[in-house]
Design a protein around this ligand. Structure first.
Ligand code: DI6
Ligand code: FE
Length: 412
């Protein structure tokens, strides 16, 4: 009889495998065990079903802890310099986000600070934010550029993102968001800037190996549908997947466009139309919900959650960590907000930061579920049931993080 050779085995765990189809349950296995070999899950199931013919180098006693897939934050702008508490204050004194943006504040104030920051400085400013996410069991994050808006600074941001992934045991996926806002060099020439994004910035950053996906901000205060499509066409020519900041402040038809390009995700979606939902359903494009931006902007229009659910569109939940509309470094808090503000169920919120977040990053085959053959990225939690992850505010019940089969430091 052949013998299983494992590197490590976790016993006495309760598992939320998140392997259920749809937006349904947790895939719970009480009395669970999980084995790892070469950084990959080699066995998962009920401890009473463990084969007897195994050898393992290490055994960990989970002591009844819950184990979930490591969390995935699939939408962040976490690399930036400066701070926008001044705008927070201005908004509380009556200014609107759109008005601040039109006055050259908003995104452009972060662009100025990010351009001025040295590369090491930018790295040192960003790293603690990523550590905060990791402290709550996050094992994969997406990091966007978009506060450079010139080739050098976009490259600097993406290099810092890559360096974060090399410095910490976390997996980083980079996204080029050159079409985030119009830089001062191109004021009154949005088409000229989009041409520069398509013909100069994107090819060069792609060549340098800095781009895993391409995003844009399709909005009346940013770029039109036609300009967005030019960016997508160039991304497609380079073989890069696309995603979109769509329907955040108004319905521009962005969700249909990104779906038409087979996009990974459409993000925000407060003003999403029925046609947009149908297009996302056909293309299996993930709806990435960003409830903290909704909260922070005191938005009142809810994304059409019931319709997304009915259509079976997978829903992800992310922090949108950024200095202007979501200065949040807690993915658990985003899950709580997804439940309280958007009425996701706690199981949908956890699927949103595991299986569906993996899909939103093109990692559905390797991440976001506890399943044999998937990367051994998982978090251990001192909780009574999985709903506790969405229920408590400001608690951090994470008691262990295993990435690629290795027990890692969980940051701060
Ligand atoms: N939508 C957002 O919520 C962020 N970017 C975007 O396109 C906001 C970025 C910022 O205000 O700095
Ligand atoms: Fe965003």
């Amino acid at each position: 009889m052949s013998v299983h050779h494992w590197d490590a085995l976790w016993l006495n765990a309760q598992l939320a495998t998140m392997t259920d189809g749809g937006n349904g349950g947790y895939g719970e296995i009480s009395d669970g065990a999980l084995a790892v070999k070469d950084g990959v899950i080699a066995w998962v199931g009920k401890q009473s079903d463990l084969p007897t013919n195994y050898q393992t180098l290490t055994i960990h006693d989970a002591n009844g802890a819950w184990i979930t897939p490591a969390l995935i934050d699939c939408h962040t702008h976490i690399v930036y310099a400066g701070n926008r508490s001044n705008e927070f204050e201005a908004r509380l004194n009556g200014a609107t986000y759109a008005h601040i943006a039109e006055q050259g504040g908003g995104i452009l104030s972060t662009v100025r600070a990010t351009r001025m920051a040295g590369e090491d400085e930018l790295f040192n400013l960003s790293l603690p934010r990523v550590r905060r996410l990791m402290s709550e069991g996050v094992g994969v994050i997406e990091i966007k550029s978009g506060y450079g808006l010139d080739l050098d600074t976009e490259a600097k941001m993406l290099r810092v993102a890559r360096r974060i992934g090399e410095t910490l045991p976390i997996t980083v996926k980079t996204t080029f968001l050159g079409a985030h806002a119009l830089p001062p060099e191109f004021s009154d020439n949005a088409d000229g800037y989009i041409e520069h994004v398509c013909d100069v910035m994107l090819p060069s950053l792609f060549q340098a190996g800095l781009v895993d996906a391409v995003d844009a901000f399709c909005e009346h205060i940013a770029f039109s549908l036609i300009q967005t499509e030019r960016v997508f066409a160039r991304a497609r020519a380079l073989g890069l997947p696309v995603k979109l900041h769509a329907e955040q402040l108004s319905d521009q038809g962005g969700a249909s466009l990104v779906a038409q390009y087979g996009g990974l995700s459409a993000d925000h979606l407060e003003y999403l139309s029925p046609a947009g939902i149908a297009a996302m359903q056909r293309a299996n494009t993930v709806a990435t919900l960003l409830p903290s931006a909704f909260y922070y902007l005191r938005e009142t229009k809810l994304p059409p959650i019931d319709a997304l659910r009915t259509a079976g569109v997978p829903m992800a939940v992310a922090t949108d960590c950024n200095p202007g509309t979501s200065p949040l470094t807690s993915l658990l808090m985003a899950m709580n907000m997804a439940c309280t503000l958007f009425k996701l169920t706690p199981a949908e919120a956890l699927a949103g930061t595991t299986r569906h977040a993996a899909q939103a990053l093109g990692l559905a085959q390797s991440h976001g579920q506890l399943r044999v053959g998937m990367r051994a990225d998982f978090a251990l939690w001192d909780i009574t049931r999985p709903a506790d992850l969405s229920y408590a505010m400001g608690a951090n019940p994470c008691v262990g993080l295993v990435l690629g089969g290795l027990d890692v430091e969980r940051g701060d």
